[in-house]
Design a protein around this ligand. Structure first.
Ligand SMILES: *Cc1c(COP(=O)(O)O)cnc(C)c1O
Length: 358
């Protein structure tokens, strides 16, 4: 590693979770975190690993008022021989810098961030769980810290990385999810922050998620904010359809969609294996027509947390679209096996996507 960071060890290490089948997602945090500061004139500086604990922030800190905040999400995986590895972390770092540009946050040196991720995971490697499907979730984030109520980009920031051991997403088997199509609210509009991994996008989407919850649906399918007819994505996942044997996913060109690392990896794996893949606009009407004709073979979401999440049903008002009898389809299963195979080191990484930590 090119960059080394000072480590202050905690005096009070926590007990690690004994039962890995009860980890869940994002509830438990490790003993240490990475922190780095930004100050105008000084740039990003003072990268260090310190005991996990609260931040002390002025109540007027800009992040509390104007949501100048962004984040990333990736995982560290334990292989059968006990080694720890990452999956395409450079893609997350590149995306984080693109989000920085959109939110007027100063960019970070990608090499510093990669070394910081490796260093903090290395310090916490005992926290990477062992059970099938478990991993250590890595959450880098940036907050604006100027104590000032005027509206402009902050001159000071904190970049931090926290870590959370997470359970297998499919502890109870790979049950397809039911998804609610939102017609009233939108997640973003063209020219907005749809392509940025910004906390503010999530705040704006909670209302749709609450509507879905009330109706007994797991997630929300968001349509484009202008014409309200093209499919954007599913809350925290990108979305794919298999129509008459062709794999179709919304294109990134309008900047409404978060460019998922899982999405990009699925497209590359599919193309390398001879599947026909199209990145283009796809309207909800096209999906419904395919359903009526019997050519809607599959649909699934993609994201770091679940990898592949098969969709069993969409609901639009009182119109239901039931897919593949509510069962996982062959394309979703193929992608799940390929990606998780590489991530946990069970199959050869032909793409050069794996980055070893130790
Ligand atoms: C993080 C995220 C995704 C999935 O991206 P991955 O890199 O595949 O984890 C999709 N949509 C939104 C809104 C996200 O924030």
């Amino acid at each position: 590693m090119a960059y080394q960071f000072p480590v202050t060890k905690t005096a009070n290490p926590k007990a690690r979770p004994a039962d890995e089948s009860k980890l869940g997602f994002g509830k438990i945090f490790t003993d240490h975190m990475f922190i780095m500061n930004y100050e105008e004139g000084k740039g990003w500086h003072n990268g260090r690993i310190v005991p996990y604990g609260p931040f002390e922030l002025d109540p007027s800190s800009m992040v509390f008022h104007y949501a100048q905040e962004l984040f990333e999400g990736l995982k560290a995986y334990r292989t059968a021989d006990g080694k720890i590895q990452l999956f395409r972390p450079q893609k997350n770092i590149e995306r984080m810098n693109n989000t920085c540009d959109r939110l007027c946050v100063p960019r970070l040196d990608p090499e510093v961030v990669l070394d910081a991720i490796k260093a903090v995971v290395e310090v916490e490697k005992e926290w990477v769980p062992h059970n099938e499907g478990t991993s250590l979730y890595i959450r880098p984030f940036i907050i604006a810290t100027d104590a000032f109520l005027g509206v402009h980009a902050s001159h000071t920031y904190i970049f931090a990385i926290i870590l959370s051991p997470v359970g297998s997403y499919y502890a109870n088997g790979m049950d397809p999810v039911k998804i609610y199509i939102e017609r009233e609210y939108v997640r973003c509009v063209k020219g907005g922050t749809g392509m940025a991994k910004a906390g503010g996008n999530y705040a704006a989407s909670l209302i749709g998620q609450e509507k879905a919850d009330k109706m007994g649906y797991a997630q929300v399918l968001w349509l484009d904010g202008v014409e309200r007819k093209y499919i954007d994505e599913v809350g925290a996942m990108n979305v794919f359809f298999v129509i008459d044997g062709t794999v179709v996913t919304p294109s990134l060109e309008d900047g409404n969609i978060l460019p998922g690392v899982t999405r990009a990896s699925c497209i590359e794996v599919l193309k390398a294996n001879g599947y026909k893949v199209e990145e283009r606009k796809i309207s909800i009407d096209e999906v419904k027509e395919a359903y009526k004709k019997g050519t809607l073979n599959e649909s699934f979401g993609t994201g770091t947390a679940a990898v592949i999440s098969p969709v069993g049903e969409y609901i639009d008002g009182d119109e239901k679209i039931v897919i593949n009898d509510g069962k996982i389809g062959p394309v979703a299963q193929f992608l799940y096996d390929e990606l998780t195979g590489m991530q946990w080191g069970k199959i050869e990484d032909k793409f050069g996507w794996i980055v070893k930590v130790d």
